[in-house]
Write a protein that binds this ligand. Structure first.
Ligand SMILES: CC(C)(COP(=O)(O)OP(=O)(O)OC[C@H]1O[C@@H](n2cnc3c(N)ncnc32)[C@H](O)[C@@H]1OP(=O)(O)O)[C@@H](O)C(=O)NCCC(=O)NCCSC(=O)/C=C/CCCCCCCCCCCCC(=O)O
Length: 712
């Protein structure tokens, strides 16, 4: 008998499974049962949306179904095609045998949505594949390919072609064989000589990896229960821990992030262009201009995506340096991949070509310019590109702040110019901010989004303004961090608060890593510091607003961060990575305060957190009101994937909604009153409006935006 299931479980699917199993058990003519999915997909597990209404969640019925499958007196074989994830894999674990298609993937990704495999998965999996492998799968949520599943003993057979037929063959073969040895609930968990130490270390590891995130920690506890308690008691513990996670708030944030990352694919612009009507152009070849840090990562990313690349530098010396660095990156990437260098084929000039000759860009479908942030240079390059490249080619600029319209104005085809803001390291970071200018065509946006997908990145479409979304929100955050130093705090104190909140890295460590000279050059360009600053400008004021010259002063002392061995922290050497608090910096801050008559005060953690985060969030409301992004999810996806925002807090705008908009507003009002010369702390009108209309849920915010004066 064959029972089919659906892509993800609804109550109806579970009911069908139960009915089918009962019918099969009762029917003497049925000798074995095979469970498979529809359309080549076994199951992606329970419907994630349902967890916001747990009482009526279909998942509640899943564990009894898994038990029902396992206790069947007839052999039950799972035929796994596509994916078997979460509850889907738990159903397969209830089966007596598992056959997987060679291209199938399996995993227990509940941890990534703030939960644990609550349909008995934490108790069955360790019994099948042992504690180390089970713990790895359960605490990381990674998907494993069928070949690895076979090695682990997770599946019994792999089918190269027809999985259903292979599963039926196996079912026929095992009819009449005893089922008890195949019932995982009856098996003991394989012992380890050092189980206690292993579990202790695993806990330390997950706590370090996912700072402040509850789910990985509770997953370890559930697996510990499997290793220490009888099956039924382990199940009770699993259920208890699952409930704890469900009510923790983190699960809601992580599930929001899951759907937000999918929602941003449905992009739209205030002018009416959208994903549903725009057509992407094929990208069969690409070129990258500039082989600095960003260019190297972008080339690597393109090669990994199997897109032939021409990599261009301005002269042979830079080309040689760039080529060496790219090859090294590719070799490292190849080592991590199955099939390695052969699969990437980067020694083949048809796949990757290095040149100083612009003429080789004539036929490519897409160019990504990745030279350093200099408007004049970028315009010169785009002027050249517009003359050389074929008419349909998409011209992308990798910039973190510069005006896309101005760059496009150097070409004869502004409709094909678009910003693609990669994040460093570009072959690793998943975010791609895609910036359309006033003339960018819908098809160009669709093509850039398609490119993001091909590069395995999350593309987020945003409008054109200084710093776009990510950096624009970052400016007030970093500004508050520096103001806090002026007022009496220290870099390590500020970083610690933000890292405890969950950021991978605090603002000062981040600034040291990125290089203080980057911002310095930008501020010089804006006339905020350096020779173009008008004489007589007050040291701590620009355009009537508070300004801190601290980062400029550090640069004037040659303190550029890690690269020079000192910045906000001290490092063991130039290029060193280990930051230690620097007594020189502390003295420098004290002297600075004396010079400017600032009386240092003790600043508590709450003020550090609120001033930095609420200033960032406040800018987010401005961005939404101006139509620079089409929804709060866009901002959150950018922050989670590009700026190390803790995923389990759902992104800055989601966080604001959990704190409560009235509280965010009240705090901003309070800080703004104390610092009237800091516009970043002045509550944005859109935030005020949302509070005035009763703080609607985040999903409804955009219906309160009036786009009378979009800055697009
Ligand atoms: C790999 C994927 C499956 C596919 O990827 P891809 O091909 O890229 O496609 P996507 O764009 O990602 O997805 C396509 C659309 O499908 C939507 N989708 C996918 N999976 C799900 C899902 N599981 N639920 C809902 N929606 C899903 C996706 O959003 C896309 O939609 P759209 O096109 O954007 O509209 C990939 O999608 C993926 O990885 N999916 C997630 C897989 C996953 O995480 N699965 C685990 C789910 S959780 C689970 O299975 C748990 C089961 C056990 C439950 C145990 C319950 C115990 C009950 C205890 C109850 C306690 C009671 C409390 C009350 C009390 O106190 O008493």
């Amino acid at each position: 008998m064959v029972i089919e299931s659906l892509f993800y479980f609804s109550l109806a699917v579970l009911q069908a499974l139960e009915d089918g199993l009962k019918k099969a058990d009762a029917d003497p003519s049925v000798k074995a049962v095979m469970i498979c999915g529809e359309n080549g997909k076994f199951s992606a597990g329970a419907d994630i949306r349902g967890f916001s209404a747990p009482q009526s969640h279909p998942g509640i019925g899943l564990a009894p179904i898994v038990s029902l499958i396992e206790s069947s007196e007839k052999p039950v074989v799972a035929a796994i095609e596509g994916v078997a994830l979460g509850g889907g894999l738990e159903v397969a674990l209830g089966c007596h045998y598992r056959v997987a298609h060679v291209k199938a993937r399996m995993g227990l990704p509940e941890v990534t949505i703030g939960l644990l495999p609550g349909a008995e998965g934490t108790q069955r999996l360790p019994r099948l594949i042992g504690v180390p492998a089970a713990l790895d799968m359960i605490t990381t949520g990674k998907h494993i390919p069928a070949t690895e599943a076979l090695k682990l003993g997770l599946v019994d057979e792999i089918a190269e072609e027809n999985t259903i037929e292979a599963a039926i063959r196996l079912a026929n073969k095992v009819i009449g064989q005893p089922l008890a040895p195949r019932r995982l609930s009856l098996k003991p968990v394989p012992t380890l000589p050092n189980m206690e130490a292993f579990l202790r270390e695993a806990l330390v590891k997950v706590k370090k990896q996912a700072r402040g995130c509850l789910a990985p920690e509770l997953c370890v506890q559930a697996v510990r229960a499997a290793s220490e308690r009888p099956f039924a008691e382990g199940l009770r513990r699993e259920r208890e821990l699952f409930r704890l996670l469900l009510s923790s708030g983190q699960a809601r944030a992580l599930q929001y992030a899951f759907f937000a990352e999918r929602a941003v694919r449905r992009w739209a612009t205030p002018a009416g262009a959208s994903w549903s009507s725009a057509n992407a152009q094929p990208v069969r070849s690409a070129a990258v201009i500039g082989l600095g840090t960003m260019g190297r990562g972008i080339v690597t990313s393109l090669v990994k995506a199997n897109i032939p690349v021409v990599a261009l530098e301005q002269d042979l010396e830079n080309l040689k340096k760039g080529r060496k660095a790219v090859m090294l990156l590719l070799e490292r990437e190849a080592m991590k991949m199955e099939g390695g260098a052969q699969r990437l084929d980067f020694h083949n000039p048809a796949r990757l070509q290095f040149t100083v000759d612009f003429d080789l860009l004539r036929d490519v479908d897409l160019v990504i310019e990745a030279v350093f942030e200099n408007m004049a240079l970028k315009k010169e390059i785009f002027h050249k590109l517009s003359k050389i490249c074929k008419p349909g080619a998409l011209l992308c600029t990798n910039t973190s702040a510069l005006n896309i319209n101005e760059i496009a104005s150097a070409t004869s085809r502004p409709q094909q110019v678009i910003g693609t803001h990669f994040f460093s390291p570009a072959h690793v970071m998943r975010l791609l901010e895609i910036i359309y200018g006033s003339h960018t065509s819908p098809s160009a946006i669709a093509t850039a989004m398609q490119l993001a997908k091909a590069l395995n990145k999350i593309g987020v479409v945003v409008g054109n303004c200084f710093g776009f979304v990510g950096n624009r929100m970052m400016f007030p955050y970093v500004q508050q961090a520096v103001f806090l130093l002026e007022e009496g705090s220290r870099p390590e104190a500020v970083d610690e608060v933000l890292e405890d909140f969950g950021f991978k890295i605090g603002p000062f460590r981040m600034s040291d890593l990125a290089g203080l000279d980057v911002g310095w050059r930008s501020r010089q360009g804006q006339g905020l510091t350096g020779p173009s600053l008008p004489a007589g400008t007050p040291a701590r004021q620009r355009h009537g607003q508070r300004y801190s010259p601290l980062p400029d002063l550090l640069c004037e002392h040659g303190r550029f961060g890690q690269k020079t061995g000192h910045g906000w922290y001290l490092y063991e050497k130039a290029g060193g990575r280990t930051a230690t608090p620097d007594p020189w910096l502390h003295n420098f801050l004290a002297r600075y305060r004396d010079t400017h008559g600032i009386k240092a005060r003790a600043i508590d953690q709450e003020e550090i957190l609120e001033r930095c985060l609420f200033a960032l969030i406040n800018e987010g409301f401005a961005i939404l009101a101006e139509g620079i992004a089409s929804g709060p999810e866009h901002l959150d996806v950018i922050y989670i994937n590009g700026y190390g925002w803790p995923r389990h807090r759902g992104g800055p705008m989601f966080y604001a909604s959990t704190v409560g908009l009235p509280r965010v507003l009240a705090k901003l009002e309070q800080y703004s009153e104390v610092h009237p010369d800091v516009p970043g702390l002045r509550p944005n009108a859109f935030l005020r409006k949302l509070v005035a209309v009763g703080s609607p849920p985040l999903q409804e915010w955009m219906s309160y935006v009036s786009w009378q004066s979009p800055k697009l």
